[in-house]
Write a protein that binds this ligand. Structure first.
Ligand code: SF4
Ligand code: ZN
Length: 298
């Protein structure tokens, strides 16, 4: 892990990931040990690993699998459901399965086609249905919190997209925890600080059988393009993705993200040397720099 300047053997790696997860759960105040967690599982490495880790840490976590009815490619939905069920059975865990087609009479691709949303791709409809159903099950079955397996690569790609568009509403809502409101379950992302390859390594070393294929509709999506761009950046500057995400969280927390709203002009005072307005204590940064260079040459 170049970004942490850390190398671990298998045994310690399998301890390190849950330890770090526990640290993030605490740091961002995601949930407590007496709360009931619903983990959204897709059959992929991230969500199954998340479930695995939460159980290892002693949390009460049940799974929710949403059958989207995506039969394209390798029969994606069928295969991902099979692997999710196998995981739950082999670890003796409770899994809720909601089949969209049984529930609403039509699978996701058909709903997408009929509703004419999302320009020929079912992803907008799929995302909407997933959010709706996850919240419905969490609320109806009395779960305190909904956990998803989003990793750092996912979060950095979303952040990148939101920043390119300056989508301030989305930026304000993005983070490891989205607090619950009346009728909406609290949402948490305990893996949001792990790189995708760290989660792959965790799943493989833990012997978790997961679906390797992406959903066939993910091909050519904007988020994959953003991920590839960020990977190039990461190759040139290891840790860039993590810094991008963490500095965003920091800026948001300190209220510095949306400058116009938050920087009070009243905090400016005239620099005693040049008279221009400045927010730094005493002299402005320019005068301070000049003074320093002059005192060094002099
Ligand atoms: Fe749904 Fe597949 Fe699109 Fe993801 S890529 S939002 S699973 S249709
Ligand atoms: Zn509704």
């Amino acid at each position: 892990m170049r970004q942490h300047k850390l190398a671990l053997c298998k045994e310690h790696y399998l301890e390190w990931i849950p330890e770090q997860t526990a640290r993030f759960i605490k740091k961002y105040e995601m949930f407590a040990h007496d709360e009931k967690i619903l983990v959204a599982v897709s059959g992929g490495k991230d969500s199954l690993s998340l479930w695995h880790i939460l159980i290892k840490l002693g949390y009460q976590a049940d799974g929710l699998y949403l059958g989207l009815g995506i039969d394209e490619g390798i029969n994606y939905s069928h295969e991902s459901q099979r692997l999710t069920e196998e995981f739950a059975a082999s670890h003796n865990l409770k899994l809720h399965i909601v089949d969209i087609e049984k529930e609403y009479g039509q699978p996701i691709p058909v709903i997408a086609e009929r509703s004419h949303r999302g320009h020929g791709k079912p992803c907008a409809v799929c995302g909407l249905a997933k959010r709706h159903e996850m919240n419905r099950i969490a609320r109806d079955l009395g779960y305190d919190v909904l956990a998803t397996g989003h990793n750092l690569d996912d979060e950095a790609a979303v952040l990148f997209g939101n920043t390119l568009n300056w989508s301030s509403e989305y930026l304000l809502r993005q983070g490891p925890v989205l607090p619950g409101t009346a009728g909406l379950a609290r949402k948490v992302k305990p893996l949001c600080r792990f790189y995708e390859r760290e989660m792959t390594a965790y799943a493989i070393m833990s012997g978790i059988e997961y679906i390797y294929e992406e959903c066939p509709f993910a091909d050519g999506s904007q988020s994959i393009f953003y991920k590839e761009s960020l990977n190039q950046l990461e190759t040139a500057r290891p840790g860039a993705k993590l810094i991008f995400y963490l500095n965003f969280l920091e800026a948001k927390k300190s209220g510095k993200l949306f400058l116009e709203k938050n920087v009070e002009l009243a905090n400016l005072h005239p620099c005693p040397r040049c008279g221009q307005p400045t927010s730094t204590p005493d002299q402005c940064s320019f005068c301070r720099m000049i003074e320093k260079t002059q005192s060094e040459t002099g």
